[in-house]
Ligand binder design. Structure first.
Ligand code: TRP
Ligand code: SF4
Length: 417
């Protein structure tokens, strides 16, 4: 059966709550409470779901090692719809995460038929945006990274066609290169840990990318030598094809443990302590010792004309270097939560939660939560009229883009080889 989320489809109106429940995505709020200075995307519930984020929040607060990685498919110019993930990645690097960005040119070439030259130039635009937003760290093109391709091959040993068809709906006529681009994305997500050692890794994505996260967690787990199981007496260290010298080392590391055929039982220790010792032994014996990757899921900004924001609907979004007058036209023509007539709007108030202009402000243009609240209140109270509201929004967008483009010019040397 084909899963309901397919990263290459254009389906709209996915019921996120249902998907969260169905696939075991947890709400973000409980785990971000421990952050001293949560960024706007967490405070405002834009990033609303997560998997395994608690160790990342802990790493941020206690200055421990972690990675933040994501990928961008260079199938067109970067635009408004990419801005949220970019901000998330940049923020995590500023919080101490080591950043990794993959330009997914293998995927763009295999799935979208984009030429390698185009991939290169679009890729540069994405990287420029990231640096301009304050990203620091490592970047690469999939096609140029041999260690990544080797890792993709290793990972592919743990992926079979029935999984690909269950997760993505792949069938008899799916191109092999498409499957290879999936393995490459799995490798992207695990790559930081192979370069700089095992540590929690967070992957900020939209909900449509969750199939990749689930697959990668599954592959990462299969690539481990050991899994741990909590038992009533302590912890059971289960071997999955661990070589005998790794079993010997584990046995030596825990005095008083009991060794059986395929597992070693330890009592009187908590699982976290056992975990870090076992992971260290695993890497010393040539294993990966992967942490299962964590993810955050942001809700999508709706298009300016309502509906999905997509580069196939030019009026639904703007690119960062678009002429001002075009951007103005798009914002002034945006679908709002306003009423049919001014009188009605004064009487009933607008509906900001349905308004693409309000959401644009909520996501990107207002730094202060109190300004967002005031906008929302004034709209609902019928004090704010759409025409004025859109004009003010355009001014803020213009300011933002002016600054953003200047910064892109300043960092452009970072993306030229
Ligand atoms: N498949 C992603 C997209 O369509 C791009 C991507 C490639 C990616 N590698 C990744 C996303 C690793 C997250 C993590 O945009
Ligand atoms: Fe949207 Fe502003 Fe109109 Fe309210 S006043 S519906 S926020 S455009």
């Amino acid at each position: 059966m084909q899963s309901e989320i397919n990263p290459w489809s254009n389906s709209q109106n996915i019921d996120t709550d249902k998907l969260f429940r169905e696939f075991g995505i947890e709400p973000a709020f409980p785990v971000i409470k421990s952050l001293k200075n949560p960024p706007a995307f967490f405070r405002r519930g834009i990033v609303s779901g997560q998997r395994d984020y608690a160790p990342i929040a802990d790493a941020i607060e206690n200055k421990k090692k972690f990675y933040v990685m994501t990928g961008f498919m260079p199938s067109g110019h970067p635009h408004l719809g990419h801005l949220m993930v970019m901000k998330e990645v940049a923020w995590h690097t500023q919080m101490g995460g080591t950043g990794y960005i993959s330009v997914a040119d293998r995927e763009a070439h295999a799935v979208r038929g984009i030429s390698w030259e185009k991939c290169k130039s679009f890729g540069k635009e994405y990287l420029k945006c990231l640096y301009a937003l304050g990203f620091t760290g490592n970047t690469y093109y999939q096609s140029e990274n041999n260690a990544l391709k080797d890792l993709a091959f290793e990972g592919a040993i743990k992926i079979n066609f029935s999984e690909l068809s269950a997760i993505y709906g792949f069938g008899q006529d799916t191109a092999l290169a498409h499957a290879m681009s999936v393995a490459t994305q799995v490798a992207d997500i695990l790559y930081p840990q192979t370069e700089e050692g095992p540590a929690p890794t967070v992957v900020p994505v939209g909900i449509d990318q969750d199939p990749h996260i689930r697959l990668t967690r599954d592959v990462a787990n299969k690539m481990r030598m050991f899994t741990l199981l909590k038992t009533p007496f302590g912890v059971s260290i289960r071997s999955k094809n661990a070589p005998s010298e790794a079993m010997d080392s584990v046995e030596k590391a825990f005095s008083g443990c009991k060794r059986y055929e395929g597992h070693i039982d330890v009592s009187g220790m908590d699982i976290a302590a056992v975990d870090s010792i076992v992971r260290k032994i695993e890497t010393e014996c040539g294993g990966y010792g992967f942490f299962l990757p964590a993810a955050t899921y942001h809700t999508f900004l709706q298009g300016l004309q309502g509906g999905k924001m997509s580069s196939s609907v030019p009026d639904s979004l703007f690119k960062f270097d678009e002429p001002e007058k075009d951007i103005k036209k798009k914002i002034m023509g945006a679908l709002t939560g306003g009423r049919m007539t001014l009188e009605e709007q004064k009487k009933l108030g607008g509906e900001p939660e349905k308004c693409s202009v309000y959401l644009l402000n909520l996501f990107h243009t207002l730094d202060d939560d109190s300004e967002v609240q005031e906008m929302c209140r004034a709209c609902r109270a019928g004090e704010l009229m759409c025409g004025a509201c859109k004009k003010e929004t355009f001014e803020r967008v213009r300011e933002f883009l002016k600054d953003f483009n200047e910064k892109m010019d300043e960092v452009s040397h970072l993306v030229e080889e």
